[in-house]
Write a protein of this length. Sequence first.
Lengths: 230, 230
Amino acid sequence: MSPTSPPAERGDRGDSTRRALIEAAITEFARDGFHAASTREIARSAEANQALIGYHFGGKEGLYLAVFQFISEQIQARVGMAVGPIEAYLAELQDLGALTMPQREQCVALLMRLVEGMTRMFTDPNAKPWAQLILREQQSPTKAFDILFEGFMSRYLGIVTQLILRLRPELSRDEAALSVITILGQILVFRVARSTLLRHMTWPDVGPDQVDLILKQIKANLTAMLHSKD
Amino acid sequence: MSPTSPPAERGDRGDSTRRALIEAAITEFARDGFHAASTREIARSAEANQALIGYHFGGKEGLYLAVFQFISEQIQARVGMAVGPIEAYLAELQDLGALTMPQREQCVALLMRLVEGMTRMFTDPNAKPWAQLILREQQSPTKAFDILFEGFMSRYLGIVTQLILRLRPELSRDEAALSVITILGQILVFRVARSTLLRHMTWPDVGPDQVDLILKQIKANLTAMLHSKD
DNA sequence: GTCTATAGCCCGATAGAC
DNA sequence: GTCTATCGGGCTATAGAC
């Protein structure tokens, strides 16, 4: 079955244990990283036996990878749904030349929706552990990073880049790709530099009202970037 | 003298040991975080005795804080130099109304220089351990984050915000402050999402040529933001 | 598939000689 | 200030009963 299947048998019991261990592990690994998490604490939090980590995942590292596999699947289910239709739409436009005005507006709308979705995902308090794990993995990538990149990042960045290229055809592929990274930066910063954000803005927290302000700012920047004449 | 002085005596020997331990600790703490670093390994790398960490810094945590004190001072020496004169210039402009064209151009030039300095600092391979430590501290801030924020972040963000406010007087203080965060994001992303960057751009590494491209992109975005009419 | 028990290792802190 | 030696504890992995 899946590459992380237990060596023997199938059954609800084992599955629910695996699931509980993964969910507990997400919290623990996110808190202070791989090394700071202990398998004892994960097992306690999952109300499972510590030895089962070895049995189901081969060890602490196997559990870590299973966590990323799980997260990647969850995000694909959440974001990937929107990506497919856009890829189809872009393929449709492919052979055509310059965009008509309605097509252009449609592309802008799609771009905004993608950016909004990603921003909401990264600012959602429920996704905090995911975000922390992903960010940590970026700075010293292990095999887990490949799972993430292949799982959803690659596709997401790809369609955003294509949309930018459509909207600013004078850009080279590299210029468009680089501008996508700066857009990503404007989204990530609200998770990455959260402490700086709160202190600089003197916000008590990032709640729904703050997310609205953040989205307004990012969208305004994006609009400005799309109208830029350099 | 300094708050982290050893409890007794003064001398070159102790100072150089302290310094060696701090520099070794920067590397070790940066690698995989506070918990993964071991005092034994730090001492070995500093060619000092492990027990001296307790003597000079009170323990592992004291050494961690001393590392951030050191980094904060280094960055202040590097960035702070530029900040003082700009603060003075902004104070000069304070009572005046709308900017004249040459004043406006001067403000844009100062802003660009600040952004370029920060970008170069964060992309400099030598600063990689600093950047890693700073970023980790943001996500689960300890006392060390206060050292950083008070040490240089606060002043830097303050003058950038003031420059933006001068250049776009129609913005509220909060709008200007938020746009500064998105600028910060465009700089940080090249460190934070380094793995994604390399894979997405298919760059082998971030060298001087890539930094030039990055700067060009960030400056173009900034220009677009400053000319935005919303 | 789940459990207990433990082997074997590395850790941070510190007492005490110099 | 620097060193050696060690204490006490937490860790992962695993053997073996059920």
